[in-house]
Design a protein. Structure first.
Lengths: 233, 187
């Protein structure tokens, strides 16, 4: 985890924030924001796009610090109407963009390994990929509609959020295993290919992203759901 | 060297009792008692726990907990009300409020790899021959009990070996260890 400090808020210049923390560029599409904001502040850019600036800044803080847990009081004082849209877009990004991209690299590496090792590598990745999709789909079918219903003041089916938290697997763990193997244990002739370095970089990137995503779900979404539930009573 | 222990327990009564039992053994040194996981996380860099004893283990996200403390920290569930067995399996050891003082200390010592004298020299990052034997069994899908029987070891020793393997390779899942074994022509 990085110890970078994050000192930006809605009054900061957007370009300034992104220059200091370049990886935040990846978050823009998930909030429906796009480049071309000139010298506008974070708040102005968000307001123009109809995005809750406080929620955007909160999420940026988690990502910029490599997963620092936000203060609970701050989470609960943030408007989180757009949380589900954001989480759904993040899932779509992982499933439709990250995973196919890495799968292409894996195929390439596997072709150059001895047959049995190549097959084992692809199989590991395939299993991981379907587990990850399943994990997302489960959330999209249970928790997300539940949050939307609570936001609309409806209490149809309840979801046990404590059970969710207790069983929330850290899907990046297996990804990190894959990284360790590629990092440390590939045969020398394959390990030095440019492609291998690319995939190591991509996996590092995505596993860091997933770690932050888990923090958003566990430390932003869960307290928010508990709060919404308490408002109902 | 005594192990640095942190107790996570919101009941002062239970925490005080646990602390008293720990004081029986020179193997353990209680560094702090906190009321919840958030507090543990805040204090972890300071406390540097080697063992965390968690009261009310049902409500705890063990994977999240493992990501807060370093991966070789021994996680102990302290049971005094119903906890599902699936949840208990996520911990390295389980103590029950009805256990005797002696039994509790024995369990805690059994769960601590460094206090276990059956394990090979742990220096360096290369897997030892015994660790490779255990790894191959893990990759074949054997349980700890089956591995213990096949290699004529105690279950505790198998667990210690597994921890060392995870520590040395950085690989935590069984699927990952299996891939490691194939890549290195061990199976």
């Amino acid at each position: 985890m990085s110890n970078k400090r994050f000192t930006f808020d809605r009054t900061s210049q957007m370009s300034d924030m992104l220059t200091t923390h370049p990886m935040l560029v990846m978050l823009l599409p998930r909030f429906g924001l796009s480049l071309g904001f000139g010298d506008k502040s974070v708040g102005e850019v968000c307001d123009m796009a109809g995005v809750d600036a406080d929620f955007f800044v909160l999420t940026c803080g988690i990502y910029a610090t490599g997963g620092m847990v936000p203060d609970k009081a701050r989470v609960l004082s943030t408007s989180l109407r757009q949380l589900v849209t954001y989480l759904q877009r993040s899932h779509d990004f992982y499933v439709n963009s990250c995973l196919p991209h890495i799968a292409g690299h894996m195929q390439h590496i596997a072709e150059r390994l001895p047959e049995r090792a190549g097959q084992a590598l692809l199989q590991f990745f395939d299993v991981y990929r379907s587990e990850m999709k399943e994990h997302f789909t489960r959330e999209e079918r249970t928790i997300f509609p539940y949050i939307t219903a609570l936001q609309d003041g409806k209490t149809a089916n309840t979801v046990d959020i404590d059970a969710f938290l207790a069983n929330h697997e850290r899907i990046e763990t297996k990804f990190e295993d894959l990284l360790q193997i590629i990092f440390k244990y590939l045969p020398h002739e394959v390990a030095n290919e440019e492609d291998t370095l690319n995939v190591v970089y991509d996996i590092l990137q995505v596993s860091g992203d997933l770690r932050c995503h888990a923090i958003v779900e566990e430390r932003v979404m869960v307290p928010y759901v508990l709060w919404l539930e308490s408002q109902q009573q | 060297m005594s192990k640095r222990v942190v107790i996570v327990e919101s009941s002062e009564l239970i925490a005080a009792g646990m602390s008293d039992v720990l004081s029986d053994s020179a193997h353990f040194k209680l560094v702090s008692t906190v009321s919840d996981i958030d507090a543990l996380e805040r204090r972890a860099p300071l406390d540097r726990p080697e063992m965390v004893i968690v009261g009310n283990p049902e409500a705890v996200n063990v994977q999240a907990l493992r990501s807060i403390v370093s991966s070789d920290v021994v996680l102990v569930a302290l049971v005094y009300r119903y906890v599902s067995s699936a949840q208990l399996r996520r911990f390295d050891a389980v103590i029950d409020v009805a256990d005797s003082r002696g039994a509790i200390i024995e369990t805690l010592i059994g769960a601590s790899p460094a206090v276990d004298d059956n394990v090979d020299d742990n220096a360096g990052f290369e897997l030892s021959r015994r660790e490779i034997d255990v790894l191959v069994q893990v990759a074949k899908g054997s349980t700890n009990k089956e591995i213990a029987e096949a290699l004529n070891l105690s279950v505790h020793t198998v667990i210690s070996h597994r921890k060392n393997i995870m520590h040395k390779t950085g690989i935590k899942s069984v699927a990952g260890l299996t891939l490691y074994a194939v890549m290195n022509n061990l199976i």
